[in-house]
Design a protein around this ligand. Sequence first.
Ligand code: CO
Length: 631
Amino acid sequence: MTTPKNAKNAAKAPRLRITDTTLRDAHQSLWATRMRTDDILQILADVDNAGYYSLECWGGATFDVCLRFLRENPWERLRQMKAIARKTPLQMLLRGQNILGYRNYADDVLYRFVSLAAENGMDIFRVFDALNDNRNLEHALAAVKKAGGHAQGTICYTVSPVHTVEKFVQIAKEQESMGADSLCIKDMAGILSPAAARELVGALVRKLKIPVQLHCHMTSGMAVASYYEAVQAGAGAVDCCVATMSGYSSQPAIETLLAIFEDAGYMTGVDHHAVEKENAYFLALKPKREPTHGAVEVVDVDVLEHHIPGGMISNLRSQLQQQGALDRIGEVLEELPRVRKDLGYPSLVTPTSQIVGVQAVMNILAGERYGMVPQETKDYVKGLYGRSPAPIDAKVAKKILGGEKPITCRPADLLPPRLPAAAKELDPKLIQAEEDILSYCLFPEVALGYFKWRALLPAERPLSPADLENAPKKAEAAPAPVAASVVDTSAESMRFAEIGRLVASLASQLGVTASSGAALPLVPVAVPAAAKPVAPAPEAAKAVPAAPVAVNGPTINAPLNGTFYRSSAPGKPNLAEEGTSVKAGDPVCIVEAMKLFNQIKAEKACRIVKFLAKHGDHVAKGQPMASIEWL
Ligand code: CO
């Protein structure tokens, strides 16, 4: 342990606590969340000895990637970590009523999840909601208190005309009154400037009795300066990670912060030698774990200008690429702030970043604003994710919801208890402990895939780290779910049947059949026999390209590249049958694109002569999906 060199009397030196995010946010930001349990355990004793305030080690992406790609049980990771890290509290990121997923879950799932996490070793729960809707935090904070954990409230920092210091303080005060033990300012996009940090932290410290912690990303390069101002203004703790794992979209380096604050007379209690060992360890591990793809930039200048997180821009790029429309990125980036404004300025974090991003893409590709609306946008406008920071534009809400009224209650109040049904759905042979039911509730398809894989393991011998390393190669080959998505269907190994189940699961999770909001204007196009084939997107090109279909007469065409479905879920009837007639606005089929499900509706009354694509086929934008006759 070191003594701050400028401190005349160490006992009187101001204290700064450091949370190490190396085991969660840092590798999620830089290594596509690919750190393995064995990677962590080997260095954990040293990390535990370093004198950090807490170790952030669990969250939505770590949990999901454990099951999906690493073939590890995240609960087992937690127990193994706790067995070694006996001195430093373990910390997790909890998405409020979304727990670790992308939508609201029933209260019984939330309470049991938190209770099991605490029993297995979790100490500090950082609880946030993308909309800063405290109704979505209330029960999560209560669950943590009930389980004896430290409940940290959170304000998601964003910039908009309605996100004022007064508003943030009011949200934080409410969380304090709900029982929060401390408060975190979560700057996921790295856009909190030093001056803003000073003002916001100063106001919070004056109005709150609980301590304030700061969580920034280095994306724009401002985080170190913001930390300095925030701590001067009274923040008691900051989030950092070791140098190797720091920078760009990750946190600032612990080493930098120690140098700055110890020189300024602060006592951190952090052992420099232990940090050195930790950093050397991850430096050696880096070549094995760092993804080979992905641009490594030092500072993302875009985020300084339009406050759109870097991860979101790369996500939009890849979505547009899949649609063969990368050249429209400029229009989408201009549309995005408009959509955010229309939707009441949600902060751009999971899951609202996905909703705003995809809607902006849809508005540009459909050629009509809100002409094509995924179910998730409709749910958002309906209030099923919570209350938007500002009211949703009335005209937009009317266009998306039609006559439907938005809900005014806490979204989870509408959800019946889920655990009893979930337990019944699972094959008892696949389940080893109650925690498996929770994993299944949060990530149904992913957890089932893991359980089935686990059931095939030899019972007499646990897998060695080397076995595990090789086990998930196939799944690993698929693109990483780096960015938040409602459902990740990207695993190339996923067969169609599995995708079908995924559709069913998503539909049932949403409690509705997947459908889009407003009817998509389907312009009937007479396609000549030698129809000009639309250039398939890279995604579509991987599948068997649809043979050009000779069609005479009007057709319903795919509005964008995606996967064609005739029904909203397996076991559900087709939306329309060949030879039958449909009215204007009736659903005809589904095109799944950008991980969201778009119901394609008839523009006018017509008879479906023949479907020109098979259930599960990739379809390219403009490709005829059904030949029709107008009525
Ligand atoms: Co973060």
